[in-house]
Write a protein that binds this ligand. Sequence first.
Ligand code: CIR
Length: 253
Amino acid sequence: MFKHVIVRRPGRSLVEGITSANLGKPDYARALQQHDSYIDALKSRGVTVKILEADEQFPDSVFVEDTAVLAERCAIITNPGAPSRQGEEVSIREALKEFYTAIETITAPGTLEGGDVMRVGDHFYVGLSARTNEEGCRQFTGILNKYRYTASAVKLEKFLHLKTGLAYLENNNLLAAGEFIQHEEFKKFNRIIIAESEGYAANCIWVNDAVLVPMDYPKTKAAISKAGYNVVEVDVSEFKKLDGGLSCLSLRF
Ligand code: CIR
């Protein structure tokens, strides 16, 4: 169960964030409203939410997930692979000091973004992507082993991040989209397949027995309900315009 969540308010510079989505620029006022609703949805699951101030210097800094990986025994500060995102992690480290004494760091030439990390129990899957390289994965694995966790690498073909196409919902249930549907590594899970028309909805988050699902993906919503979860729909259309989903917007621990 999660007790804490960290989020960061979107800044006006959000509109300059990295994107491959071709959906136009986000509307800042709507993004703020959606961010408020996202925080409310998290609070409804019983967590406390620490809200960091917007950081205008970094257009993508609302996507805090990429800057750290948090577990019970340690926090790992990442080195984001996107050059325009390097430095976002500095203020995250400060924010984490309140919660952690063991804070480790991924350093250059290693790069790693939290969106490429999916935790299943005490094991961490790491996507090797355009953002996370072999050296980042090597450092990350070494740190995890020191704290009695394990890790394994998964090569990405098309997705931006590992969790762009996967979400672990606990109890052996895994949402899988695109290149991960038939991936050997994930066949041992009870896979809930995301329809091609709803690819974006693979990025859901399990929060204390409920699953937050993006608004307007009815097939995914029905499949998750059928698996026995409470579903909480959240509209994140403005963040989708920047390739960001529900997991990217918070650090949960
Ligand atoms: C980026 O390209 O870095 C942002 N526009 C989106 C980051 C999404 N983060 C995530 O999937 N964890």
